[in-house]
Ligand binder design. Structure first.
Ligand code: MG
Length: 156
């Protein structure tokens, strides 16, 4: 078994779509970035790559590469999981935490789990998504950004 950890954070900007774990959240602002800036999926991909010791997402989807501009993170996740499978591992389980002051994510958590499990082709029982705030502290608390952490267990 192999364990991996991933972290990502993006600035929040007015007028950006708010797509987290592939689910569009109704909001007047969303994470800014080169791709669709799906912060928890970026953290999840890095956790997978970390567990397999395959580098990080910057190696596969560089910011400088026009191909990944506004890329759908679902598709990037599928691509990363293909690499993981090719290196001889399958997903044991994944646990993702999103840190966002507002909007409240609890109504969307199940949809996010479904979306991730479908993208990866794994049972939903292997996928956990959680959300928290930082009680008005720091950049997430001030509403200037969103961050996410993920841990992944891979099985040979
Ligand atoms: Mg990112």
């Amino acid at each position: 078994m192999r364990i991996g950890f991933g972290y990502d954070a993006h600035r929040l900007d007015i007028g950006r779509k708010c797509v987290l774990c592939g689910v569009e959240i109704p909001s007047s602002f969303g994470p800014d970035g080169h791709s669709d800036a799906d912060v928890p999926i970026h953290a999840l991909m890095d956790a997978m790559l970390g567990a397999a010791a395959l580098g990080d997402i910057g190696n596969y989807f560089p910011n400088s590469d026009k191909r990944w501009e506004m890329a759908d993170s679902d598709e990037l996740l599928k691509e990363i999981y293909r690499l993981v499978l090719k290196s001889g591992y399958t997903l044991g389980n994944a646990d993702v935490t999103i840190v966002l002051e507002s909007p409240r994510l609890s109504p969307y958590i199940e949809q996010m789990r479904i979306r991730l499990s479908e993208a990866l082709g794994v049972d939903i029982g292997r996928i956990s998504v959680k959300a928290t705030t930082e009680e008005k502290m720091g950049f997430t608390g001030a509403g200037t950004g969103v961050s996410a952490m993920a841990v992944v267990l891979l099985e040979e």
